[in-house]
Write a new protein. Sequence first.
Length: 487
Amino acid sequence: MTNSKDIIRLLLLLGAIATAISACDSNTKDVGGSLLPDYTKVTATSASYSMALSTISADLKNNTTKPVRPGTSYNNIYVNSTLGYIGSIPNQEFGDIKCEYLTQVYAPRNFKFKTEPTNHQVDSAFITLYYSGFSGDSIAPIEVSAYQLVKPLPFDKYSISDISEYVDMGNLLGKSSFHANKGHGALGNGQKYIQIPIAQALAQDFYDKSEASDPIFATQAAFDNYFPGIYLRNSAGSGSVLGITDTAITFYFTVEEMVKRPSTGKIDSLAKVVKIEELTHTSEVPQLSRFANDDVDKLLAKAENGSYSYIKSPAGVLTEVVIPTKKIRADLVAEAPEGFVRELNSVHVSIKGEKQDRGTYALNPPSDLLLLPRDSVANFFEKEKTELNAPYSSFISTRVTAGSLIYDFGNITSVILEHMEDHPDEDMTLWLIPVERTVDNNQQSPNYGSSTSISNLILPSALKISTQPKDLEIQAIFTERKIGAPF
């Protein structure tokens, strides 16, 4: 058995060992630090700079900020969404927004009705717009009109501004009114629809030609010459914009079928049953969006004379950001002491949004902003890139605090260094673009997950950004070390 004296001796021995280890460790640190060469010692300094923000009317197709005339503005943006947007939202602070689209329908080769109508007669037909979501007021009355196109559309993913060569406003197919919250009916899976009646004679002609194996159904090109497509516009009312998932021509007709007799449960009764046949827009045929923004010229004038910059989507205005890279580059060279090298390590950028005027038709701020060089905007969207395959030149914002309007882009040094190397005598110009992004399903939070796709935000939104000097200040962090190398 161990006695008390043995325990005391053991404790004294352990204490001595611990003291010795501590002393050795302390001496080692002192000796190691004194042996480090000067070129491995790094010191950090910082400097403040000021961004410049301005509001621009952007044409993403041509990558330019074209002059805007008073009235309605149509800008071209890349639209890689399959949705068609229809409706309008009035807004006194930012100006009204109207969305419409032109589309074709796909005709399968040698198209036939699956079931022969009674007496070969089509009873009625509609242009059916299926949707599952909308922006704006749920009970605002909206009227939509449909026109037959005069010639087929080009395959182009940019929105269209001039529709004069495709649309004759005398070719009205029909019109219909609705409320966004109800439409004209529901399908039970959250999807609703609205229907625009078209002439029975046109519907009957579709059927007669298909039944007769007319050459118009031999190819899509032949069908497009017969029926070039549909222009859908908001012709009256405002307050909501619908995202149309599918656009179809729906034919209604009856057939005689044996049905179940309610009294006996036996299938022994002959009755007329309503059937439908549809021709639908698919990815095989083009669809072009069109966005109208009112009073963009007034918004630009307000930005120039006020203390805010603005963003308005879709296809409205953007904010241009200028980083003083000429000054940063000059400081890299001039401020380094003789015999030392200076490097840029961090430039952190964030944008402060301001609360907008709230009203019946207030536009929500975008959830995500994309910051990237002006001259790379078109390529980014056309190649359908994300921050993963353009990691050094594109930056997605994070809303750093729930409920705030601070858009944080983190450290953008990589794009600054590239710009200073390629364009040493020019300040760097970037664009702030509202976007919609989808995130990897395995990611916990969309604020921090990696994007699987990024596209221009189409649902109406708006943001005003503070241009107060304190909100435009950015901090650059430099490191300095003595020139030298181990070999």
